[in-house]
Write a protein of this length. Structure first.
Lengths: 316, 296
């Protein structure tokens, strides 16, 4: 990977991050009504609202407000205070960010456990009943709404079978059993959907590699099928699979927002919806900003890993 | 090249193009995914249009003597906590879902295609600016972006359409730009330029019609997403507001009564899934026919 390419991609990321921060900051100036009014309630007098606006710095020009908001986050990790609770948002973020990350990575793991074997099975016998079965399951998985799948899983595993809790989160410090019980349903909801999407990509990546001459040669020299798959096919299909993981990580974050809300998972996604419903805009800003920055960084890492894994690929 | 030859090139060899399109249409009509997807989408479109006449009850009529009635001949999908007929509400909900999806995708398609066309055809700094703005919008997870737009605009079905449209503009812009870049260097474009045709005329008369394949595919896939997004926003209480029936809203209401009346959550969810499946199948099939490079 050339230094020029790396610098170019980092430059683009920086531009995107600046754009993301401007758009996220714009939430407060764009919403109707003043955040001070949200804090004080509808009965507050105009004078008290104006006084609080001054105290919050909302009477200053927008560029000055943007700069102090951004520098507070970048230099001190300070996202401001919640309009409803009055507590620092950074405190909430510290608790919620790990919960979101744990959920996203567990869901990705479940997705891969579904996608890789089914993609391989499907690619090895194209047109077979197994391939058709995987295709149908994958189409259904792609089309099923995550919030509905979550409800169905709650109905079966929590309401009827009483095997798993229907909502909530238990940190790993409270014991592995409780932690796993709480994470299985939400992570499976997001994982099944992303697994269905990834299975289709794994299948096409495998099929492309399976058609190569070196695979035919490996088979012709009598190598066992398992070795052909593990040594030649999977290794070469890995480039595409890694890219898919990167792209899916980004899509998965979207699904995680929904899943957190369904399962009352105390992450950044549920924080965003609660903030929207309560008109707690600074909290919404923090959640949106963190998701968008993660999204942009994951996209960059995916691009870079693609170039690293396959040096013949380089973008101008 | 003589003026006449250039004119023929700029006219994009019409008979060949027409034959190509006819053969593509024939292939599309024989493709199993296109056939299955079209049947589902057409059936649902009919339900959306004729739902109000097909529904046995008013979707808002309450009957407290029939609360939580399980599915039966009188109430095919059972009744809800207000004794409203779930089947009638699902039929009416189809109209809401389709209306939101088509309008939102119409807006995002128009804006996104226009931006992608301009960026891809004119290139240089216009391309840079448009695509960087699209990159910024792309950095927001879809659902979160829609929720944020709703936070700014306020709740309601009209605002949900705008929110969904904003989410999908960057995707249409990227898809169109990619298609335009692969077309802009072709001979008929050079010929049209040599004839002195203006950029707008070349873009709209020559480049756009030859870039439609991926855009059509994206439209079908976006309709699937729009139905999902409208349902999700209504499920969160931000989209369609009561008492108007919406599949997402019905799911949200059914969630509180999962144990007593699972049908309240099962049937609206099935309706969403079948609609999304229909548009996805249609989109995948069309991609095989119109944009085989990306379908693999």
């Amino acid at each position: 990977m050339s230094l020029r390419y790396l610098l170019q991609r980092l430059g683009t990321l920086l531009l995107v991050l600046i754009g993301v921060s401007i758009l996220t900051f714009a939430i407060i100036p764009l919403v109707p009504g003043s955040p001070a009014r949200v804090t004080l309630g509808v009965m507050a007098t105009d004078a008290s609202v104006a006084a609080l606006e001054k105290q919050m710095g909302l009477d200053r020009p927008l560029p000055a407000q943007y700069w102090s908001w951004l520098s507070g986050i970048v230099l001190h990790g300070d996202f401001g205070k919640s309009l409803i609770s009055g507590k620092p948002i950074a405190e909430q973020v510290r608790h919620r960010l790990p919960a979101t990350l744990i959920l996203a990575f567990t869901a990705l793991l479940i997705g891969l456990l579904i996608a890789v074997p089914s993609g391989i099975i499907s690619a090895l016998r194209p047109g077979s009943a197994r391939d058709l079965g995987v295709s149908i399951m994958s189409q259904i998985g792609v089309s099923i709404p995550d919030f509905w799948l979550g409800i169905l899983l709650i109905l079966v595993f929590a309401q009827y079978l009483h095997w798993l809790p229907s909502s909530g989160y238990a940190p790993i410090s409270e014991g592995l059993g409780s932690y796993l019980k709480h994470i299985i349903l939400p992570a499976s909801t997001a994982g099944v959907i992303s697994g269905s999407i990834m299975a289709r990509f794994v299948r096409s990546a495998m099929m492309e590699v399976l058609g190569n001459d070196y695979v035919r040669t490996a088979r012709a020299k009598g190598l066992a099928e398992g070795r052909v798959i593990s040594k030649h096919v999977l290794r070469n299909a890995a480039i595409t699979i890694v890219t898919i993981i990167g792209l899916q990580m980004a899509t998965l974050l979207s699904s995680v927002v929904v899943v957190e809300i369904i399962f009352a998972w105390p992450g950044l996604g549920s924080m965003a919806l609660t903030a929207t419903l309560q008109r707690d805009y600074p909290v919404l800003q923090a959640s949106v900003l963190l998701f968008a920055v993660s999204f942009a960084v994951i996209n960059l890492l995916t691009d870079l890993s693609y170039v690293l894994l396959d040096p013949s690929v380089e973008y101008a | 090249m003589s003026d006449t030859a250039l004119a023929a090139k700029a006219g994009e060899t019409a008979p060949e193009e027409a034959t190509g399109r006819r053969s593509m249409l024939r292939r599309a009509l024989r493709h199993p995914l296109v056939i299955t997807g079209s049947i589902i989408v057409l059936a649902l479109a009919l339900v959306a249009i004729l739902g109000r006449w097909l529904a046995p009850y008013s979707p808002t009529a309450m009957n407290f003597n029939a609360r939580f009635a399980p599915p039966s001949l009188a109430h095919l999908f059972g009744t809800d906590d207000f004794g409203r007929d779930v089947f009638s509400r699902v039929l009416y909900g189809a109209a809401v879902s389709f209306k939101v999806a088509f309008i939102a995708v119409g807006i995002s398609g128009t804006v996104g295609v226009l931006l992608g066309l301009i960026a891809g055809f004119l290139g240089r700094w216009i391309d840079e600016i448009v695509m960087r703005v699209m990159d910024v919008l792309f950095a927001f997870p879809a659902v979160l972006l829609a929720i944020t737009v709703m936070a700014i605009l306020g709740r309601g079905v009209g605002n949900a359409m705008v929110a969904i449209a904003i989410v999908y503009i960057p995707i249409f812009a990227r898809v169109t730009r990619g298609a335009v870049i692969s077309v802009r260097g072709r001979e008929f474009v050079t010929a049209a330029r040599a004839m002195g045709q203006g950029s707008w005329r070349i873009m709209l008369r020559h480049v756009l019609p030859n870039s439609l394949g991926p855009i059509i595919v994206q439209t079908s896939l976006s309709l699937a997403f729009a139905i999902l997004a409208e349902a999700a926003l209504s499920f969160f209480g931000l989209g369609t507001q009561p008492p108007e029936p919406s599949w997402g809203r019905m799911l949200s209401e059914g969630r509180s009564f999962l144990h007593e009346a699972p049908w309240m959550g099962i049937f609206p969810g099935l309706a969403i899934m079948v609609s999304v499946l229909g548009f996805n199948l249609l989109g995948d099939g069309l991609r095989d026919v119109l944009d085989p490079r990306s379908s693999r």
